[in-house]
Ligand binder design. Structure first.
Ligand SMILES: [Zn+2]
Length: 83
């Protein structure tokens, strides 16, 4: 048996994700890009998504999405967590 550092943190993350899976994410709008497009985060599991009502899209927030919003001339802010 080997002990790895950070194992406890990983378990906690899994528990948080499981909680979100059962109860639903605690969505918080991080930034609105337009009336139909926004970025949301979950304060519980740290999930990060981009939503677009027009495209009925709900996808993981990543570098590509960030670049796309920037290409539309939108400023992408870093999300701030209220501890
Ligand atoms: Zn969540």
């Amino acid at each position: 048996m080997t002990k790895s550092n950070g194992g406890g943190v990983r378990v906690e993350r899994v528990v948080r994700r499981a909680l979100c899976w059962v109860r639903g994410h605690k969505y918080r709008v991080v930034q609105e890009f337009s009336p139909e497009s926004r970025r949301v985060k979950c304060d519980r599991c740290g999930g990060d998504w981009g939503m677009n009502d027009d495209a009925k899209a709900f996808i993981d927030w990543d570098r590509d999405l960030e670049d796309m919003e920037r290409s539309f001339g939108r400023e992408v802010k870093e999300p701030r967590f209220s501890a």
